[in-house]
Design a protein around this ligand. Structure first.
Ligand code: TXA
Ligand code: MG
Length: 321
């Protein structure tokens, strides 16, 4: 099979210390062998990611998990059984063998088993877990197609494994088990309601306040070049009359005439479809040299929570780092 040959080629590159973009169900990742600090350092460099921001490690089996973590609390085990492979990342106490560079010196490591057959095979062939931050320059929108990766990092990485567009479209939900109570560090592809229905109460970090314990929680993140505005009202559209504005609509709406361009995330108002389209739609608007993108808000339930989290960060006026 043609795919098999390509995956084998990607695996060889990772084994030799190269860096390879890989598909997952959430967004594309930038992979390197977790136990090769030089390769991991190149991932930070290419992304221009600060070294204080730890990476998620991707595994293909529970055998891989044993190479990374000390013990697995029973709640975490239950969630893995239910959601892996899938968009859930768990933060657990790490083994000393996991390089400090990967975890930014933290005593914990973030791990997930992605749901994409090509990447699961890639990890098996490399025969080692691989790190995988989203394959975008730090602070910018995450890539959901191989073309997005090519556009932004193409010249700087060794290979792009094209697995088609990402099905989920927003990053994994990150849950930490490093303290007494499980803690939500980032809303994502698995709705927190589904997690709570299995393990009960989960601590939530209020968005926007304090120093982030997951740097992906930095207020400004996932940002396009064009400013995005969330707090606006249809009544005041005339005040933008002189500007080239685009609309990021959740569902079909009626005020389309006033906009240069409109992207509808899901005509039927379906969260899954909206999440899968989110980053691509923002990218298309961002490519038009608009003065401003006005975004509609969505209800913060289920996947709506992850969508709003990304929109809020994309629209934050804070400094990008
Ligand atoms: O869906 C995803 O999770 C994607 C795909 C490629 O798997 N990956 C991803 O990685 O979103 P990245 O690097 O863009 O975001 C990882 C987040 C960062 O916010 C980082 O701070 C947090 O995970 N993180 C990693 N290790 C951590 C740890 N030990 N403790 C707390 N947060 C951690
Ligand atoms: Mg990212």
């Amino acid at each position: 099979m043609k795919d098999m040959e390509t995956i084998r080629q990607a695996a060889e590159i990772v084994k030799r210390g190269g860096i390879v973009a890989f598909p997952t169900e959430t967004v594309y990742g930038l992979g390197a062998d977790v136990f090769n600090p030089l390769a991991v350092a190149r991932v930070f460099e290419v992304k221009q990611r600060p070294y204080f921001d730890p990476l998620i490690v991707h595994i293909a089996s529970y055998n891989d998990l044993e190479k990374l973590v000390m013990e697995i609390p029973s709640d975490a085990k239950g969630l893995m059984g239910r959601f892996w492979p899938g968009p859930l990342t768990v933060v657990l106490l790490k083994r000393t063998e996991v390089p400090d560079l990967v975890t930014a010196g933290l005593p914990t490591v973030a791990v997930r088993m992605p749901k994409h057959p090509m990447t699961l095979r890639l990890i098996e062939l490399v025969d080692s877990p691989i790190v995988g931050p989203s394959a975008n320059p730090f602070g910018y929108l995450s890539p959901t197609t191989a073309e997005h990766v090519q556009d932004q990092l193409g010249g700087q990485i060794d290979f792009i494994l094209d697995g088609g567009p990402c099905e989920v479209g927003v990053e994994s939900t990150i849950l930490s088990f490093s303290e007494r109570k499980p803690r939500l560090l980032r809303p994502g592809g698995v709705p927190i309601e589904e997690i709570q229905s299995i393990i009960g109460e989960v601590e939530m970090i209020p968005t926007g306040g304090g120093r982030p314990s997951a740097p992906g929680m930095l207020p400004k993140h996932y940002a396009p070049r064009t400013p995005i505005k969330l707090d606006w009202s249809k009544k005041n559209l005339d005040s933008y009359r002189k500007k080239k504005i685009g609309l990021l609509a959740f569902q079909e709406s009626k005020n389309f005439l006033k906009f240069r361009q409109v992207e509808v995330l899901s005509k039927k108002g379906d969260f899954r479809e909206a999440a899968a389209n989110l980053f691509s739609a923002i990218r298309r608007l961002d490519a038009l040299n608009l003065d401003l993108i006005l975004a509609e808000t969505v209800p913060e339930v289920g996947l709506g929570r992850a969508i709003m989290d990304r929109l809020r960060r994309a629209s934050s006026k804070g400094k990008t780092n």
